[in-house]
Design a protein around this ligand. Structure first.
Ligand SMILES: NC(=O)c1ccc[n+]([C@@H]2O[C@H](COP(=O)([O-])OP(=O)(O)OC[C@H]3O[C@@H](n4cnc5c(N)ncnc54)[C@H](O)[C@@H]3O)[C@@H](O)[C@H]2O)c1
Length: 426
């Protein structure tokens, strides 16, 4: 490529900086030429990392959108509720956008964004990075080659580990629709329902139903004699697996970065961290059973597709370990696997074989590199560049039109759950 694609970071948070760092490893493909963030500290960080001149630093997405266009595209890593309101003026300003998921927090917003994309003729690619992970990409390719025939049923499940659940979905910034604009199905599992819709390759859903509730993180499940704050008044703190002292101070390697950032102490000493967590109003030290949780901690979804195929998805928060499981049954065979195990099995119907089937294990560990999204965070940036330069995009491509169905499934599932499982027809 002659000139790198030039991007501006909007919301230089945890996620946007992962994508933007591709400019450091592939400077011939990508260059970061501007930044917009309401946090001066984040702007300073981006300036330093990418050598951005001062006149290309902005104090918000809105301020950037009011300025004449000076780059090809934007990486929008603001929080869930801001995705549509920050993207609309940037699209109208002429920018293409790599936009974090969920790209909208309700159907009305999603439709508004899609309308704007069609009106402006710009591109939006949604960060459904799991599609790009070799585990899911190779499953999709297997289906596309017709190896298991026509899909009859897809079963998917996501276990959210107890420590991730506690940091993000009970005590953290995704614990209430007021904070992040949606429930756990959208903030955590929009990836999974996107993958389900994508694997169905254009066969549309016709109905969705869902049930879910708070099973565990409520006062009646609290240990007898427990207090309200792990550092201040809990006599059973040492026995509780959700002790904030234990999870965030004694074993700080598990999902705790968000806490220090939210508490404004990215580089604090352990003593300062203990002091901050000991504050009476620190959300991360609240008794996990007394957080007045506004979202569910487990939920199941049933989807029926136009050709009669079915799909189920179950999310359970508070599991011993994180895990994404999939089992697809087709007319000629099956695919089973667990994302974290980095391999899946194809079993083909074979009457001539002793066991009645021929199985093959597809190992993706060499490609998946062991990182959280299996390399998807990096691969999506390269596909975004391909989209902007008119090169061939991959079958994973998460263009907005193609990402709509997964979000629609989430919105309808939430509607159904709130109506005690009533089927929602499309
Ligand atoms: N694709 C994935 O797998 C994945 C994983 C985790 C999170 N996410 C999503 O990524 C998004 C960002 O999450 P994060 O953890 O990086 O959040 P973050 O809080 O670290 O980053 C958000 C940034 O946006 C900035 N900001 C706020 N208002 C702004 C405005 N008006 N203009 C410009 N900047 C503004 C904040 O100051 C902050 O720096 C969220 O929507 C989240 O749900 C996606």
């Amino acid at each position: 490529m002659e000139n790198p694609v030039q991007v501006i970071i909007v919301g230089m948070g945890e996620r946007a900086s992962i994508y933007a760092r591709e400019a450091l490893t592939h400077p011939k493909l990508l260059q970061v030429v501007g930044v917009a963030d309401v946090s001066p500290e984040r702007v300073r960080l981006a300036r330093k990392l990418f050598s951005i001149p001062e006149e290309r630093c902005f104090s918000s997405a809105e301020e950037l959108a009011a300025h004449p266009k000076f780059a090809d595209a934007v990486i929008n890593g603001t929080m869930d509720r801001q995705h549509v309101s920050t993207s609309l003026p940037l699209l109208r300003r002429g920018y293409d956008i790599l936009l974090e998921k969920p790209f909208a927090v309700n159907q009305k917003e999603a439709d508004e964004l899609l309308r704007c994309v069609h009106e402006t003729g710009r591109h939006v690619m949604v960060c459904h990075v799991l599609r790009y992970a070799p585990f899911y990409r190779r499953i999709k390719e297997t289906i596309m080659r017709g190896e298991i025939g026509k899909i009859i049923n897809i079963q998917m499940a996501e276990q959210v580990s107890y420590f991730h659940e506690s940091v993000s979905y009970v005590r953290g910034k995704y614990a209430s629709p007021t904070l992040c604009g949606s429930g756990m199905l959208l903030s955590k599992c929009s990836h999974d329902l996107d993958v389900m819709a994508w694997l169905m390759s254009g066969t549309k859903p016709v109905s969705v139903s869902s049930v879910g509730s708070v099973f565990q993180f409520k006062p009646e499940m609290a240990p007898a004699a427990s207090g309200t704050h792990c550092f201040l008044d809990c006599p059973v703190e040492r026995e509780c697996v959700y002790s904030a002292k234990r999870l965030y101070v004694e074993y700080p390697q598990r999902w705790v970065n968000n806490i220090w950032h939210e508490c404004g102490c990215d580089d604090c000493s352990e003593t300062d961290r203990v002091r901050i967590l000991s504050e009476k109003n620190n959300p991360y030290s609240r008794c996990i059973y007394r957080c007045n949780l506004q979202i569910v901690d487990h939920q199941s979804v049933l989807v029926c597709f136009a050709d009669g195929a079915t799909g189920t998805f179950s999310m359970t928060g508070g599991a011993a370990a994180s895990g994404r499981h999939i089992h697809i049954t087709g007319t000629k065979g099956e695919i089973t696997g667990t994302f974290e195990e980095q391999h899946f099995k194809i079993s083909r119907i074979a009457p001539e074989a002793d066991s009645g089937k021929i199985s093959e294990v597809i190992d993706v560990s060499a490609e998946q590199q062991g990182n959280a999204h299996g390399g998807g965070d990096q691969a999506i940036v390269r596909d975004f560049i391909a989209m902007l330069t008119g090169a061939q995009v991959s079958p994973c491509c998460t263009a907005l039109d193609d990402s709509m169905t997964g979000h629609q499934l989430v919105f309808l599932a939430e509607q159904s759950r709130k109506r005690r499982g009533e089927t929602q027809r499309i």
